[in-house]
Design a protein around this ligand. Structure first.
Ligand code: MET
Ligand SMILES: [Zn+2]
Length: 763
């Protein structure tokens, strides 16, 4: 389909900015700026364009045109809002970390294709017989990046075509921009060694070669007339070793020492720089960005003398309006030191939805407290102009309430006996993680219901039929513990948000999660309360249709708050305990309805883990306490399951143990059983199901491969405690592959049970 022409900007007439003379003095840094902007499109246009291209419904030219149009619309809109400090190269076809690998010419050979887009898609999605690059969380956000692979022989070849193209595009619209590049230190710290790298190889050891490429890129940008470039170094807000800090010093001494380059702005975000601050302060760079939302003003401001301070006072991590008093207070104190100060967002606005104006159904009282990306730009502009009257003062903080303590469960051995008697499961019990494929019909039915085109009773009939189908399939396959398949849930957090008081959900508030995937995080704005049972109806319906045990399926309190935008007027630990109490009520209602197994998922437990080690124990304390609060009301004979996935569970194994769930399923197949090598696993005191089916790909694992996974688990874990399950839920997969894979899973469990003497179940 031809795209509509790019609208001409209604900004003050395009004036092509002058190309600075080589050796000219540092150009002025704009008074108001942002570190980045959403790129998926206000109506997810880029997602649609990508998927159309992948499905062969559109060509590359159309995909490129959509990208070009989205960039132009963003620049035009932000210019209209009065933002002088615009950015470029924040757009990405798939992932900005992979873009950095492309920029440096450091893409693994196996993914190379004729165009950068096809290369990125091969790396992000894999291809026939080719697994995608590993994907992991971008710091403590819900964005996932492709992990670059760097080895001793990786060749680097600068290819600045993308930043140059975007810079020129903006310039043609009369908009001067600051290209944003991932910084060399963060790029290498986020990379992992190639498979053939010698043991102990650290990608950071390739710093010299990488810097050479950055030097060429900076030279090319300077040639094109770029005045400022932004180098993102969020890795510097985490704990860094002396060697890593020394590498940072080397990197910026070298880049700053270039004769022909744009002015350098090193941006840090997601926390305070701490010990990296003096390192950057001593480097010959012209501007430094500080996250003043997560971090306070540092004491060593004197050290930054002579540099522009880009003050991140407007949060890029939430949807709340900025407190003008706090922001102006920080800005005044900074200016008081004689520093040149620019007002900015605390990080890229990638992590918030586009525009509050698109939400017409939110209560006015709530809208008055909210700011999405566009509104945050307005705030930055207003703060830079000293015009804070436009920003309403936020609601004052409520007093934190200590919730009354709750009773804990009997010790695990007591529970295990009661559960074994009630459930009578075989060794290596087979189960799934909860969701079954969300078919097109289900999604269409939900859309029709929302639009008022489908009668609720008819929708319920569709859900019931789907549950019957999923149960029949599981019985036919011979699974031991069944699930209802979660057909009624659009999303595991949103579903609960829609049924709990204190939450609002948006219509267009999409945030990119990875590639073309987006989520619409609910907004937790008030006290969380459960008005009535949420999941009991479908759980008991499912249990009434089969003799095998059906697991009730709930989302845990930590995950609910991690995947929502959460009010800031109460400490997070208080909010999470309120959510825990709501889930606790739901567990009790499921139990009362005769459900014998309840799974409370916490896939986000690892995600909220603070970037600094010093803050981790405190976090894990309240996170574990919240989980236990949600589940400890269950009777001894009720088996509590939990499920974690997405990221290295290794990092939080002790905490997982402390959750005190009777059975825990974790992602393992995708990381090739790495978790089984952990010492803590060998003494894991309760049931554990290390996933034996990687659900992230269409591939059907053969039964012997699954059996090998089960044997590996049996070898690593205490006897009689192993479960057989996939890595995660099946909602993104299709029925043919799921059916085949689960058939193999059941066959593998049976084979291992009969062929290997499984030691007796331990109580
Ligand atoms: C991201 S974890 C998903 C757990 C959920 N019960 C499901 O099966 O989809
Ligand atoms: Zn999962």
């Amino acid at each position: 389909m031809p795209q509509p022409p790019v609208p001409q900007p209604a900004v003050p007439q395009p004036v092509t900015p002058p190309v600075p003379e080589p050796g000219a003095r540092t150009p002025e840094f704009p008074a108001a700026t942002i570190l980045g902007y959403p790129r998926i499109g206000p109506r997810r246009e880029l997602k649609r364009a990508m998927e159309a291209y992948w499905d062969g419904r559109a060509g590359l030219a159309e995909l490129r045109e959509t990208g070009r149009r989205l960039r132009a619309e963003t620049w035009t809109d932000l210019a209209r809002r009065g933002l002088a400090g615009q950015v470029s190269n924040t757009f990405s076809d798939y992932d900005h970390v992979f873009d950095a690998a492309l920029l440096l010419g450091a893409v693994p050979e196996r993914y190379r294709r004729d165009t950068p887009e096809d290369t990125a898609f091969a790396a992000g999605r894999g291809a026939a017989g080719l697994a995608p690059l590993r994907m992991t969380k971008w710091f403590d956000t819900n964005y996932h990046y492709l992990v670059p692979e760097i080895g001793p022989d990786t060749g680097f070849r600068a290819d600045p075509s993308k930043p140059l193209t975007e810079y020129a595009e903006a310039r043609a619209l009369g908009v001067e921009t600051r290209p944003v590049l991932l910084g060399p230190v963060t790029f290498l710290l986020l990379s992992e060694p190639t498979a053939d790298a010698p043991a102990g190889f650290a990608p950071l050891s390739r710093l010299d070669a990488v810097l050479e490429a950055y030097e060429q890129i900076l030279g090319a940008l300077a040639d094109a007339g770029v005045g400022w470039v932004q180098l993102d170094e969020p890795a510097l807000v985490a704990d860094r070793s002396a060697d890593e800090l020394a590498a940072t010093a080397t990197a910026y001494r070298r880049l700053g020492g270039l004769a022909h380059r744009p002015a350098l702005f090193v941006a840090s975000y997601f926390g305070a720089l701490g010990e990296a601050l003096p390192v950057l302060a001593a480097a010959p760079v012209e501007a430094i960005g500080l996250d003043l939302v997560r971090g306070e003003l540092p004491d060593e401001l004197d050290a930054l003398r002579g540099k522009v301070i880009v003050a991140g006072v407007v949060s890029g991590r939430d949807v709340w309006r900025t407190d003008p008093a706090r922001a102006t207070g920080q800005l005044e104190r900074l200016r008081g030191t004689g520093a040149t100060v620019a007002v900015s967002t605390s990080c890229s606005l990638l992590h918030v939805p586009y525009d509050l104006a698109a939400e017409t159904e939110l209560p006015a009282e709530l809208t008055g407290r909210l700011a999405f990306a566009a509104q945050k730009v307005d705030e930055v502009v207003a703060l830079a102009a000293g015009d804070t009257g436009a920003i309403p003062t936020p609601v004052p903080a409520a007093a934190p309430v200590e919730l009354p303590p709750v009773a804990q469960r009997s010790p695990y051995p007591v529970r295990a006996v009661a559960q074994a008697a009630r459930l009578a499961l075989p060794d290596l019990p087979t189960t799934t993680i909860g969701s079954f494929p969300q078919t097109g019909e289900l999604r269409a039915a939900r859309a029709a219901l929302t639009a008022g085109r489908l009668d609720p009773a008819e929708y319920d009939r569709i859900i019931a039929t789907e549950i019957d189908r999923v149960l029949a399939l599981q019985e036919e396959l011979g699974l031991d513990v069944l699930v209802h398949g979660e057909p009624e849930r659009n999303d595991m957090v949103q579903y609960f948000a829609e049924h709990l008081d204190g939450f609002a959900v948006t219509r267009h508030g999409w945030v990119q999660s990875y590639g073309s995937r987006c989520t619409r995080p609910p907004i937790l704005h008030g006290d969380v309360r459960r008005a009535g049972p949420i999941t009991v109806r479908w759980a008991s319906y499912a249990q009434s249709r089969t003799d095998r045990p059906v697991k009730g399926m709930l989302t845990g309190p930590v995950t609910i708050v991690a995947w929502s935008f959460v009010r800031r007027d109460l400490p997070l630990r208080t909010v999470v305990h309120q959510v825990a109490d709501a889930i606790r009520g739901e567990v009790a209602d499921l139990e009362a309805a005769g459900i014998g197994i309840v799974q409370v998922d916490e896939p986000a437990l690892r995600e909220l883990l603070p970037l600094r080690a010093a803050q981790r124990d405190d976090y894990l304390d309240w996170a574990v306490a919240a989980y236990r609060r949600a589940t400890s009301g269950a009777g001894d004979a009720t088996q509590i399951h939990t499920h974690l996935c997405y990221s290295d569970a290794e990092a939080v194994l002790a905490a997982i143990d402390a959750l005190d769930a009777d059975v825990t399923s974790v992602e393992s197949a995708r990381s090739h059983g790495r978790i089984l090598a952990e010492r803590a696993v060998h003494s894991f005191a309760r049931g554990l199901g290390p996933g034996v089916y990687d659900i992230h790909s269409r591939r059907v694992p053969p039964a012997d491969e699954i059996a090998a996974g089960l044997r590996a688990a049996l070898a690593a874990l205490p006897a009689g405690r192993v479960w057989a399950n996939p890595d995660c839920g099946l909602k993104t997969r299709g029925y043919p592959e799921v059916t085949a894979a689960l058939r193999n899973l059941v066959a593998a469990a049976r084979e291992v049970r009969s062929a290997d003497p499984v030691p007796a179940r331990q109580h």
